[in-house]
Design a protein. Structure first.
Length: 79
């Protein structure tokens, strides 16, 4: 018996398990629809690409990100 790839075995396990279920197919459709809504549609409206609108080149974007990440954190002296 040949030893199969782990990914192939895991895929086959889930494929065979869910293909024989009647509720499983509907459940996967609901899960995929929900993931599409969360990552596809909501990303467009709630997470706009700010760097794309502020800067024209990749170099300007990367310089801005490096500058923001390397800024020292302000410490409040009231403690």
């Amino acid at each position: 018996m040949k030893r199969e790839n782990l990914i192939v075995r895991v895929f086959r396990f889930y494929y065979e398990g869910f293909s024989s279920m009647t509720v499983g197919k509907k459940l996967w459709i609901i899960i995929l629809l929900k993931l599409f809504l969360m990552f596809g549609i909501l990303k467009v409206f709630f997470f706009p690409d700010i760097l794309e609108s502020k800067f024209e080149t990749d170099e300007e974007r990367s310089d801005y990100v490096i500058e923001q990440l390397s800024k020292p954190k302000k410490i409040d002296d009231n403690d």
